[in-house]
Write a protein that binds this ligand. Sequence first.
Ligand code: PMM
Length: 331
Amino acid sequence: MALLPHRVTLMGSDAGTRPPGAGPAPGARRRPSPPGLPSEARCLVMGVVNVTPDSFSDGGAWFGADAAIARGLELAAQGADIVDVGGESTRPGAQRIPADEELRRVGPVISGLARAGVPVSVDTMRAEVAQAALEAGARLVNDVSGGLADPEMPRLVGQAGVPYVVMHWRGHSHQMQDRAVYDDVVAEVCEELRRRVDAVVTAGVDPAVIILDPGLGFAKLPEHNWALLTHLAEVSRLGGRGPAFPVLIGASRKRFLGRLLAAPDGTPRPFAGCDDATVSVTALAAAAGAWCARVHEVPANADAVRVAQAWLEAARQQEPAVRAGLGGEAR
Ligand code: PMM
């Protein structure tokens, strides 16, 4: 496997023309939120509630409607702009559950949180579940398959007119890690996402509601995740020079962080020990213009996106000083 070198670029900026190490670009702007979602100037924070017994990093913790609603309310109080509710584990190797079981898990949680005024997204690959979730008050459909798992999904989202996360995906959990093979991961993910965007728009989804996600950890090895994280501008523009889409990243507690922080004997750091690394990724991605970070623990990430926002604003206001002082062009 070879990773082709990519230029360092920042979203909404002079993509493709900035030399590496030139510091924050003055125009590294995140894309605005699609209609119907919180519209802060900074990167948003999406708090995760997995109503599952077996999720990747928090499986079992919030299994049961009352515990899950309480957790969602807690995340919102801690600063989550959106709470993402999922009923099906997507950890590598996970088997699927029936749709009625998925619905039984997420339905009461979504209605409980929506009734309390929390902006809720539903993490599902099934149109049937998405429809019930929207009726229960969800405002966003987060489809990790980008419309591939259920061909009815794009049509449903198009008719509902709600924001839609189109994530890069190469197959269900039991098979995805066999498909983590790329010559140029950034170019291939952009191209595969572009095909999904074309397909969902053809099915009736308004491009203005689409949010892209590179799908960290889904058919990706650690080096693929790092390459994608450092090329979010290219993901945002699908590798071309067209309009930029908002980009969501889900790095929280993923295995590539555990591997990075492995013990000297090579044992990966357990999930719960990866929250500080998650916060670091959130800050860096937010400073590179990410629209939203999906995280399991909210407070420090809510701080991180504010730090990144202050960083970007200062960089824009004092651009010559920043470039001179932080390794920018010699004067
Ligand atoms: N990752 C997981 C679940 N849903 N949704 C989006 N949009 N992006 C992701 O990266 C993503 C997701 C798996 O993580 P978890 O089971 O630990 O929450």
